[in-house]
Design a protein around this ligand. Structure first.
Ligand code: AMP
Length: 210
């Protein structure tokens, strides 16, 4: 069966890192609204121009801008899919349920104190979006992506002030989604602290027992 999974959890909880591995090892296709929006900003599309100010301020981009993006993307992918960074609020979750069936929601749980450190020391590959952490998951060669050799950069929203706003927005808008998916009986809570490989194994186990 082609599973459709959403991965929830606060910014910095490891959604991107774990999703990458699920794609590499279990054949999932990642759809990340954050990656798609950053690409739109980088290439200066009309969507990117509208989205940039919200992103730099740590706010959510208005729903109508991301909904079209996700609809298009879902149409174009085949096989198992993992949605990273979408939905971010109740309205997006309800819209998603109208266009496709979600089989499972994974919630990565990480203590809030750890998140600021995780995010401010995070570095992202400008070419393939792989994520590294200067302390917990450093690249083999400083400033270069292990996977594609691309240049690593610090996302403009990974500075401390913006990180704190993103965490506030998460609690206000995205955290209620854990209730939404619990009521549907498809939420799996995963302990998101500790060794990256051990967290991955917990996720795989949850998926395989689905
Ligand atoms: P992320 O890479 O998922 O942390 O997203 C980075 C930024 O992109 C967020 O802080 C938002 O400004 C924007 N963004 C990503 N996904 C969404 C979404 N589903 N709805 C609204 N804004 C989003």
């Amino acid at each position: 069966m082609d599973l459709k999974i959403v991965i929830l959890g606060p910014p910095g909880s490891g959604k991107g890192t774990q999703t990458e591995r699920l794609c590499a090892e279990l054949g999932f296709t990642k759809i990340s609204t954050g990656d798609l929006l950053r690409e739109a900003v980088r290439t200066g599309t009309p969507l990117g121009v509208k989205a940039k100010g919200f992103m730099d301020a740590g706010k959510l981009v208005p729903n109508e801008l991301v909904m079209d993006l996700i609809k298009e993307k879902l149409k174009s992918v085949k096989g198992p899919v993992i949605l990273d960074g979408f939905p971010r609020n109740l309205e997006q979750a309800e819209m998603l349920d109208k266009i496709t069936k979600i089989d499972m929601a994974i919630d990565l749980e990480v203590n809030e104190d750890k998140l600021v450190k995780r995010l401010t020391l995070r570095r992202t590959c400008k070419d393939c979006n792989s994520v590294f952490h200067l302390e917990f998951n450093p690249p083999k060669v400083a400033g270069k992506c292990d996977k594609c050799g691309g240049e690593l950069f610090q996302r403009s929203d990974d500075i401390e002030r913006t990180v704190r706003e993103r965490l506030r927005v998460y609690k206000e808008s995205t955290l209620p989604l854990t209730n939404y998916y619990t009521k549907k009986g498809i939420l799996k809570m995963i302990e998101g602290e500790g060794d990256i490989g051990a967290i991955y194994q917990r996720i795989v186990k949850a998926i395989k027992t689905k």
